[in-house]
Design a protein around this ligand. Structure first.
Ligand SMILES: Cc1cc2nc3c(=O)[nH]c(=O)nc-3n(C[C@H](O)[C@H](O)[C@H](O)COP(=O)(O)OP(=O)(O)OC[C@H]3O[C@@H](n4cnc5c(N)ncnc54)[C@H](O)[C@@H]3O)c2cc1C
Length: 694
């Protein structure tokens, strides 16, 4: 691993990188012995039992001093919610709580404490909380030295600078996740896709009761319990949402009936293949690059056995084989789909990669400078007049982005952070850095439950109706592997493999050749090449490599459309050195350098809209005659057939999050992206677009 570089940073930068944390702090107190998920909690009759039989107890009975913790950025009276406990999560593999407020973490901590002290707890606890404004964890009580205080300390240590949208904090090696949704409650709630087993509903002036309670109809798993202060509006709202109401009291308890129980109302039918099936045991993933390895890791973390088939003798030999690549967020005034996706992805990636450094991956999560340069990304050149930093800072303020995430620096400040004179102003991204992709892929494939099979070329896919299995076939037509879930993450061959089943032949895909240039430490020394403290980017990039990766500097990359030449070209080295000059002001000594330089060629696969393709693929055979296809959510899918591909030039940034998105599609785990972003990366989006623009 390569250590963080926070110590080298300009003081302006310190708040960012130094706050990055190792997200997985502690092992659970005892191993989980949860049985297979039924997807719903056990049924119970409301109004006939004491709270304990619902799996509920008072916070102070279960969590020691947790109930006494205080402190919130926006303190306001919160209803006392009972702690959720074993009676609710018995038999579940994953327990999901939706809490429509943030009570400074008190209820989350109590639930976490109850979870970790139950030997039969579910394997995963996902707690989703909402806050309209940046919020704080509970204040630590220095006099408390019990286990509850240790959890509070972990929450404090993990607490990030919050950006608008979703931020996920991982504990217990990822088994416990706190999802903080920052933004207006109405839009955050409507953008959440989850199947919750407990809903803690706190009435808010920001949301009409019918929308608050109406959301439960969509978010509640069969058998889920809702808790809310008792009121006529709550009773009416929950009843309309299909819940059975409990007895009157200060806190209303209601339950969505289980499927066999009287009064059960199923959710409105979804197009075929869009809902996760109840149980999956085995997945085959084709391709062992960043996309396939991330999908495999996330699926295995959800309990599936995963076989990864890779045509090459080793993983990460194609686009994911470069010595280093950058990951970072972007800033855009419109804050559109790209910006939202890349920000969400960078927020997910930074703590994930920081943890991966401890698992043997190489890289640095120490920030990145993105030059405010003009022109096409393939040919950056300095602005004729420097950008107005005051305006840029105002933009960051408007977007609600904290300095730990991004700052706008004038050229002198940026130079000071980079440790060399820069001819441009720059964004300084804190939750950013560089990684060595092959080591990332290796670390992901090392996840228990993942089996890599190299030298395994997949030539076609077959659905075996009798066995209800997807089969990956070799060139000879033999079954290489089979499973109920098939994930195609093989970049340039993805469309060909999927074309018999979906609209992949019509996907607007582009292939661009890219060549990077690697200067050795000796060459940097000889030619006086400046080595920035932080990676520099602006279309082109330059980053200093650590001794484990040969020292020196990596720069590039070229971008050539429909160019299949695998040879490293001198002319491309010259191009990369010119870009290095634009970024650092350094002048290459002469044209004859190219012969002595090292480089590598790869090909990026992207869609024309520059957004990846993720999820179950559209069922081509079922589209005919369907009237309503304008939104991806209307499109029927091929059950069990998924893709994760077209990561473009952003594979390192998006792969960690998109692996989780893919796993959420397969397993029904809460979706770590809001619906509006999910739709823009949906593998079926081109079917909808074609329908909207015939
Ligand atoms: C020059 C260059 C510089 C880049 N720099 C950056 C950067 O700085 N930051 C960043 O985020 N991204 C960068 N990228 C993009 C990034 O590398 C890609 O987005 C990412 O690697 C794509 O991962 P993938 O898994 O989709 O594809 P790949 O890494 O190509 O993986 C696909 C895998 O599938 C296997 N496969 C294919 N067909 C079959 C088959 N039929 N059967 C079995 N296996 C098969 C392949 O062998 C391969 O291992 C760069 C790309 C290039 C080319």
């Amino acid at each position: 691993m390569v250590a963080h570089r926070a110590a080298n940073l300009h003081p302006l930068a310190r708040t960012g990188p130094s706050r990055l944390h190792h997200p997985h702090h502690r092992h659970p107190a005892a191993p989980s012995r949860a049985g297979p998920s039924t997807g719903r909690p056990p049924a119970c009759q409301l109004g006939q039992h004491e709270p304990r039989s619902l799996g509920l107890s008072r916070p102070d009975q279960r969590a020691g001093s947790i109930a006494g913790l205080a402190g919130s950025a926006h303190p306001r009276p919160q209803p006392m919610m009972p702690v959720l406990g074993p009676g609710l999560w018995q038999g579940l593999a994953r327990f999901v709580v939706v809490h429509t407020a943030w009570d400074a973490g008190k209820h989350f901590l109590a639930t976490w404490h109850a979870w970790r002290t139950d030997a039969h707890r579910p394997g995963h606890l996902v707690y989703v909380a909402f806050s309209p404004l940046p919020c704080l964890p509970p204040a630590a009580d220095p006099t408390d030295t019990g286990p509850a205080a240790a959890l509070t300390a972990q929450l404090h240590q993990a607490w990030p600078a919050l950006c608008p949208g979703l931020q996920v904090l991982h504990f217990e090696q990822g088994a416990v996740q706190l999802w903080l949704m920052l933004g207006p409650l109405a839009s955050s709630l409507s953008q959440l896709q989850a199947s919750a087993h407990a809903l803690l509903l706190v009435p808010s002036a920001a949301l009409e009761p019918q929308r608050l309670y109406g959301a439960c109809a969509r978010l509640a798993a069969p058998g889920a319990v809702a808790l809310t202060p008792d009121s006529p509006a709550a009773r009416q709202g929950l009843q309309t949402a299909g819940f059975v109401l409990g007895a009157a009291g200060s806190l209303l308890k209601a339950q969505r009936p289980a499927p066999q129980a009287p009064g059960f109302r199923p959710l409105p039918p979804a197009p075929r293949g869009r809902r996760p099936a109840q149980r999956h045991r085995h997945a085959v993933v084709i391709g062992a690059g960043l996309a396939g390895a991330s999908a495999a890791r996330a699926l295995a973390a959800q309990g599936l056995a995963v076989t990864v088939l890779e045509q090459a003798p080793q993983a990460a030999q194609q686009a994911s084989g470069n010595v280093a690549g950058l990951f970072h967020s972007v800033v855009h005034a419109q804050d559109g789909a790209h910006a939202l996706l890349l920000r969400a992805a960078a927020l997910w990636a930074a703590p994930h990669y920081a943890a991966l450094l401890n698992a043997g991956a190489l890289g640095e999560v120490g920030g990145l400078l993105r030059g405010l340069l003009e022109g096409h990304e393939d040919a950056p050149k300095a602005h004729p007049s420097p950008p107005d930093i005051t305006e840029l800072r105002a933009l960051l303020h408007t977007l609600g982005l904290p300095p730990e995430h991004v700052q706008a620096l004038e050229a002198p400040q940026a130079s000071s952070v980079a440790g060399l004179p820069l001819p441009f102003a720059a964004w300084l991204f804190g939750q950013a850095g560089w990684m060595n992709p092959p080591s990332v892929v290796r670390a992901w494939l090392a996840q228990p439950g993942v089996q890599l099979r190299t030298n395994s070329t997949v030539d076609a896919l077959r659905w075996d109706e009798q066995r209800q299995q997807w089969q990956a076939l070799s060139v000879q037509g033999q079954t290489v592997a089979e499973a109920d879930i098939m994930v195609v993450a093989s970049a340039h061959s993805s469309a060909r493999l999927l074309a018999p089943w979906t609209d992949a032949a019509d996907w607007p895909l582009e292939t661009t050749r890219g060549q990077v240039t690697q200067l050795s430490a000796a060459q940097c020394e000889r030619w006086g090449v400046p080595r920035p403290r932080l990676p520099l980017a602006s279309g082109a990039y330059a980053l200093s490599l650590p001794p484990q990766l040969g020292g020196g500097l990596l720069c590039g990359a070229t971008k050539q459309w429909d160019d299949a030449d695998p040879q490293v070209r001198n002319s491309d080295h010259q191009h990369n050195l010119q870009q290095l000059q634009s970024l650092t002001g350094w002048c290459p000594p002469g044209n004859d350098m190219g012969d002595t330089l090292q480089g590598r060629v790869g090909w990026r696969l992207a869609t024309q809209d520059r957004l990846p393709l993720v999820g179950p693929v559209a069922a081509l055979s079922e589209l005919q005659g369907l009237r309503q296809l304008e939104q991806p959510r209307h499109v029927p899918r091929v059950p069990g057939l998924y893709t994760l591909t077209a990561l473009g030039a952003r594979g390192l940034t998006v792969a960690p999050l998109l692996g989780e998105v893919l796993a959420a599609w397969v397993t029904g785990a809460p979706m770590p992206l809001p619906t509006k972003i999910l739709d823009t990366i949906d593998a079926a989006r081109f079917v909808s677009r074609a329908r909207r623009q015939p």
